[in-house]
Structures are given as C-alpha cells and as structure tokens.
Design a binder for this molecule. Structure first.
Ligand code: PEP
Ligand code: MN
Length: 304
C-alpha cells in the first residue's frame, strides 16, 4: 500500500464512521473485474462504450448500432430518460427508449447501457438494459442507489459534478453494501471556474481512484468537454492515464441530435480515433476492447 492509499477514510462524512470499506482498494488489492456478457471492465481490455446522448427513434438506434458493430464496438449507450437542465428541453422517450435499446442491442449483438433517472424506473430499466447508469446529478440519490443495489445488475456510477473522490466512493459503497458488487465508476468532468469546456475532465482522478479503490473506472470525455473538437484528445489522455474504458457520445448527424449535438462525434470521427487509442493501450500493455471479427467482417481490405 503506498502512502496515499488509505482504506475506510473518515474524511467525507464528518469523521464519525468509516466512509467506505468495501470500495477501498485494500478490500480487493488485486482489483475487481466486472463482467457483462462477453465484455469485462477492469481487465486487460480498455472497453469502449459509444452511442447517442438520447434515444431518438428505433431507426436512429438501428443506424448507430450497425455502424458501431462494424467498428467492433460492443457496448452502446443511449439515454431514455434524460436529466435536462431546462424542463422545456427534450426529456427522452422514457420506457419506450429502454425497449428500443434492447431491440437494437439484440438485433446487432451489442450490450446496452442507459440511465435510470428515478427509483420508479428501475424495474423497466432492469428488464431491458444490460448496464444501469446513475447520472452525475443522481450520484448521491441514496434511495436510488439502494434500489439499484437490489437488482444485482451492473451499475455504471457517474461522478457527481461537484463530488470529491471520497464522496464518489461513498456513493459506490451504497451499491456494494447493498449487495451489488458489479459497480463501474465513471469520471465525467467536474465543475470548475473555466468556461472553455463544459466541465473540467479530472484526469488526476483516474490514478487517484485507482489507488483508493479496486473498482473499474471508465472516463466519459463527452460530458467533460461539451464540445466535439477536444474529445479525441481527452479520450487519448484518459487511456494514457489508465482508464479501464471510455464512454463517448456519437451521432450520425450531430446537428440533428435532440440533445448534446455539440459534443457528439460523427461515426467517422470515432473510427479515426480507434487506431491511436489502440496504440496507447498497447504501449501500456493493454488492448483496446474491439471485436476484431465484427470489424474485420465488414472491412475485408483490413484483413490483408
Ligand atoms: C449521460 O451520460 O447521458 C449524462 C446525462 O451524463 P452526466 O450524468 O454525466 O451529466
Ligand atoms: Mn449527453
């Protein structure tokens, strides 16, 4: 254990009782691998999750899913219930969105991840979705965390935009203490004074959380950046600093997106990023978690 690695720290809750124990690195020094279908988070592979900010229609998902599959990507994201700052913005398709995700996932052989906005939606989400996402705004919705713990399904827990690493791990502790060990952390940028990007991607949090906790950690450069142009660079930085995966928003026609179009990569931009990400992963003794057979089958020239 290095000198910054403490378990059961008391900082985040006033010092009365240990803040987190099960999430602490010392609870599983070898690290935790969270397996979902054929995909493993926290192993040698850097897992890629991509997809639209919001599920907009069955056709939109079908188009995106087929293009992700052709790139060898194995996990698709898509928001069904959207947490929007304004009540007048598109709120998502709701439970229909979960069903559309399931349908597209099955049709194309992709795992799907979607946010659960409230306790009320846990059951519908758990029926259709492979990985249940807790959004940044809900990181400390303890009632929701307890419900999600009871499902036993994998949970992607996003860091609150103003949460410290300790508070983040205490939220993860709710899932673990509730009996659900299948927790994947997600750093998605924190609020700073800077306005050039939507949030500040907390790159330091990646090695910090890896020391503090055994849980796998993915990075979402899309919500950190809020602008498409810097996302490829942030994605590379995240892999370089040890992220176990990336979650990236994509849209075939970003200007038509019903939410977060300004930060969506086009599919060709995502495709261009895969080579550099694979090279960085290789340099660190890891692999990019791409299904080569799926990618190769659609790109015969690449086989030569
Ligand atoms: C999302 O991933 O769809 C999302 C709303 O992100 P965040 O909760 O990080 O803002
Ligand atoms: Mn979004």
């Amino acid at each position: 254990m290095d000198r910054h690695e403490e378990s059961g720290r008391e900082a985040a809750n006033g010092g009365d009782a240990p803040c987190y124990r099960l999430a602490a690195r010392s609870a599983r020094p070898e690290g935790t691998r969270v397996r979902v279908g054929e995909v493993e988070f926290g192993g040698d592979e850097v897992v890629l999750i991509a997809g639209p900010c919001a599920v907009e229609s069955a056709e939109q998902l079908d188009e995106i899913a087929s293009r992700l599959k052709a790139l060898g990507i194995r996990v698709m994201r898509g928001g069904a219930f959207k947490p929007r700052t304004s009540p007048y913005s598109f709120q998502g398709l709701g439970a229909d969105g979960y069903r559309m995700l399931r349908q597209a996932g099955r049709a194309h052989g992709l795992l799907v991840v979607s946010e659960v906005l409230g306790e009320r939606h846990v059951e519908a989400a758990a029926e259709s979705v492979d990985i249940l996402q807790v959004g940044s705004r809900n990181m400390q919705n303890f009632a929701l965390l307890k419900e999600l713990a009871a499902t036993g399904k994998p949970v992607l827990l996003k860091r609150g935009m103003s949460a410290t690493c300790d508070e983040f791990l205490c939220a993860a502790e709710y899932l673990l203490a509730g009996g659900n060990p299948r927790v994947i952390l997600c750093e998605r940028g924190i609020r700073t004074f800077e306005t050039a990007a939507r949030n500040g991607l907390d790159i330091a949090a990646v090695p910090v959380l890896r020391r503090l906790s055994h849980l796998p950690l993915v990075v979402d450069p899309s919500h950190a950046a809020g602008r498409a142009d810097i996302i490829p660079d942030l994605a590379k930085a995240a892999v370089a600093v040890g992220a176990d995966g990336l979650m990236i928003e994509v849209h075939p026609r970003p200007h038509e997106a019903r939410s977060d179009g300004q930060q969506a990569l086009r599919l060709d931009e995502l495709a261009e990023l895969l080579g550099p990400l694979a090279a960085i992963a290789r340099a660190l003794g890891r692999r990019l978690g791409i299904d080569e057979r799926a990618a190769g089958a659609r790109r015969p020239a690449a086989r030569e």
